[in-house]
Design a protein around this ligand. Structure first.
Ligand code: E4P
Length: 237
């Protein structure tokens, strides 16, 4: 279970986008993350679990590790009844599980928002995922999603200004669904972190490699080495 660093301070706006327990633990111990996001592709690529039984076991491990902070686990079905029963099952795995449901299906199926609404009414916390536009984010929030994940990196990949899209979503939610939280997902560059948080996102979920890129600065290395060298000289070494 994670130690909550300071209950009087707002929780960190950084989540980590991985299923790697070691990486989660590293940043958790620094006190700089307050949640984990996964998806079926992350689970598949990172290979900590290779079948459904292992996915459950691994997810339980991660949920325990990040508790009391949230972990997002995604439904893997396209059938509305199955999505609802799977979501309820995932939510029953641990108290901090948030269920990811895409905003609509691969063929534009609209019932995904109905699924989200039913689950939200039943008390399941939803992270609506695969959102690519502010209006999709607003619709998801109106349907009852606790978190709306706009995929900034993918939005930028197809030529849009992700920060501008985040600012529009921020304004829409402030006006019409202020309880929903914006997760900036699909981070690609270290600069996205500052950029998207300042665009009004509540949270950014960061891939592990990026976390290291923006944290470690070459000039900090050089400066700290200078301090250590001069400190050693002062000690007469
Ligand atoms: C997180 O919640 C998202 O699933 C993830 O950031 C998506 O990232 P991708 O666009 O690199 O697949």
């Amino acid at each position: 279970m994670a130690e909550v660093r300071n209950k009087n301070k707002p929780i960190s706006p950084l989540f980590i986008d991985t299923s790697d327990p070691e990486v989660i633990e590293t940043f958790l111990k620094m006190g700089v993350i307050s949640g984990v996001t996964t998806n079926p592709t992350i689970m598949f690529k990172e290979k900590f679990a290779t079948n459904e039984v292992e996915v459950k076991k691994h997810s339980l491990r991660l949920a325990k590790l990040i508790d009391p902070f949230p972990i997002s686990l995604e439904v893997t079905s396209n059938d509305p009844k199955e999505m609802i029963s799977q979501a309820k099952e995932l939510a029953g795995w641990a108290r901090n599980v948030v269920v990811k449901v895409p905003v609509h299906g691969p063929a534009g199926e609209l019932y995904y928002l109905e699924v989200i609404n039913k689950l939200a009414v039943a008390g399941v916390k939803i992270n609506c995922t695969a959102i690519m536009s502010p209006i999709q984010g607003l619709m998801a929030a109106l349907a009852g999603a606790t978190y709306v994940s706009l995929f900034g990196g993918r939005v930028a990949n197809i030529g849009h200004d992700a920060s501008f899209e985040f600012r529009k979503l921020r304004d829409l939610l402030d006006l019409h669904a202020p309880e929903a939280k914006i997760i900036a997902a699909s981070s690609r560059e270290a600069y996205n972190i500052t950029e998207w948080l300042l665009a009004g996102c509540d949270i950014i979920t960061v891939v592990p490699d990026l976390m290291k890129v923006f944290l470690i600065h070459p000039y900090t290395k050089e400066t700290v080495q200078m301090f250590l060298d001069d400190g050693a000289k002062l000690k007469g070494k």
